[in-house]
Design a protein. Sequence first.
Length: 755
Amino acid sequence: MSDDFTLPDDPGTGTGLVSSPVTPGALLEALNDEQRRAVETTDGPLLVLSGAGTGKTRVLTTRLAYILASGRAQPWRMLAVTFTNRAAREMRERLATMIGPASESLWLGTFHAIGVRILRRHAELVGLKSNFTILDTDDQLRLLKQIMEAEGIDTRKSPPPALMGILQRWKDRGLTPDKVRDESSGERHRREALALFAPYQRRLLAVNAADFGDLLLHNLTLFQNHPDVLAQYQDQFRYILVDEYQDTNVSQYLWLRLLTQRHKNLCCVGDDDQSIYSWRGAEVGNILRFEQDFPGAQVIRLESNYRSSASILAAASGLIRHNKGRLGKDLRAAALDDPGDKVSLRGVWDGEEEARVVVEEIEAEQRQGRSLGEMAILVRAGFQTREFEERFIITGVPYRVVGGPRFYERQEIRDAIAYLRVILQPDDDLALVRILNVPKRGLGDSTLQTLHLVARGQGVTLMEAARRLVETDELRPTARVALRALIADFDRWRDQVDRKGARELTALMLDESGYMAMWLADRSPDAPGRIENLKEMVAALEEYENLAGFLEHVSLVMENDQRNDHDRVTVMTLHAAKGLEFDVVFLPGWEEGLFPHQRALEEGGDRALEEERRLAYVGITRARRRVFVSFAANRRVYGRWQTAIQSRFISELPPGAVRQATAPGVPGGRRGFGEYRYDWKASGWREGGGNAPVIDVPARQVVTQASFSPYPVGDRVFHQKFGYGVVRDVDGEKLSILFDKTGMKKVMTRFVQKG
């Protein structure tokens, strides 16, 4: 339990104001005019549109201190809500230096922390006891699986994480089971989720537990069903402040609306241009509708940026103006005397060369005295990190992957490598244990225990023990059949090691083992990223003559990173970078289909495109001094070479803020940054830019059927909307299927299952 859950109780009925060690005037001295207006506008609804690097945390903390110092409210009558415990701790630490011990009486914490505090006081009113347990993700899934078994829902065809994701999205929207619309004609998973919602909630109450989605959902139920309780908190919280308002979901929005109905002193700080979390429930409409939702609201824009150079801000502002769904503001550099370097735009031949020249640029910056810790590579998709990690290993440049494991440490990659280790070395017991029942094949703990007993008793490896056990009656018939099939799979793959290339064999293994199909059937938010990583690994295997060479390389990579350098280049996704800042930022992979991401566009249309553009804006504004944007003339995507078209975001950058760059230290005749430029009028690439002739980018090794597809031509499959059909063609993740009743359709692999 975090510190946010243990704030001091309200100081009873005392009405005296708390004296502050500072005066209101002294608090305002360090603020610019925009920040000062945001602090002094204390009464009524206020939206502070705070652009990147404009000092929003200073405004929030100073506003809290100002209200206390000016005698407008006691500390316990103020509520400040953040999204992360880190933000809450930072605000409390700053406030402690400004107003002393009074800061401890503030209601300051995350939405969940404040929700828990209220809920524990009134738990009985929603059917809980005050000592209720908050379930973590594993416990939530375990409970849901129990409900699914009781309801007769197959956990293999309907993955619990997918159904739990649907339940949590409903809770994010403030919906209880009786408020979810009829899903009888909807997608199967949604129908099943609705059938499970009420039993799941009843079971949570029965075991005196709540999941994270319940913490605010129960608050809403409490406030709506018990007006006296709501009135108590409406009266108590005279001033309410909210950080990162653009990231609120519907449930959080409704909670705030209820609490502010009496005093109406709501101050929300946020940036509509940095709303990038719709995939986890955030509603950008909450901030866009603020003036309509809270009549009489004032809007104050913080546009003086203290982080980035004028050229960087010009590029970011010019790009984000292409979004229609925004309130509008223009960032300007607080230091106007030096515009700084323009954004460097760089074209390269392919992803491998992109990694090489980015790392060369990093080394050049380091030679000029720049710390590696002040440089970051921000990627759109996790699979992009592999080529950069490989290059860092070769050059010996220290790096760290933030917000997730390094490429070869990811769960799905470790699983795939474990399969390959057993293929190459059947005596590798550790690798076999890892994937014995992944995907689930009925070989659980009891089977593994029996294998270990036989192996130890007879002094053999687990694989040899398995071969002996399938010839006896020691195991249950179903487990014996599954184990015999797995042994046969490994024997078959091992026989093909010398006949098939490493890439082809790995793709075959992922297909025939059911491992790729397992993730394709998974509807959890991280499943698409895992699939992308597996495909990236398959593509990388083309560089190796055999499996042994690849596995040796992986071992060296993992060993190489054991050192403890503190000065490291940061590698992370754009989503994870929000709120951070670096001197130098590299933004690779600005190509159509990668950024903006094709899957986002297919699923979300124009709304998703605007969020992708906001993500680009976030990436640019992470930089203080220099930004390098790069794109490739062609890129190998999951084993297929494709001509890459530069991102539309590049053409939306204002020309005056961008310069074509050439990679440092690239000798003559060697392709470097700035050597290729896409000509939209001619629909082709020009080498060297200018009026050079349009060149053809070779689509090297283009394949019509991806060998890693879980649905090869001839497979019979089922689609929720179109019914049963037969696969006629495979193009990456797109299948052409002749359906029995609706004819030929083209669909994505993740929307079908084996028929």
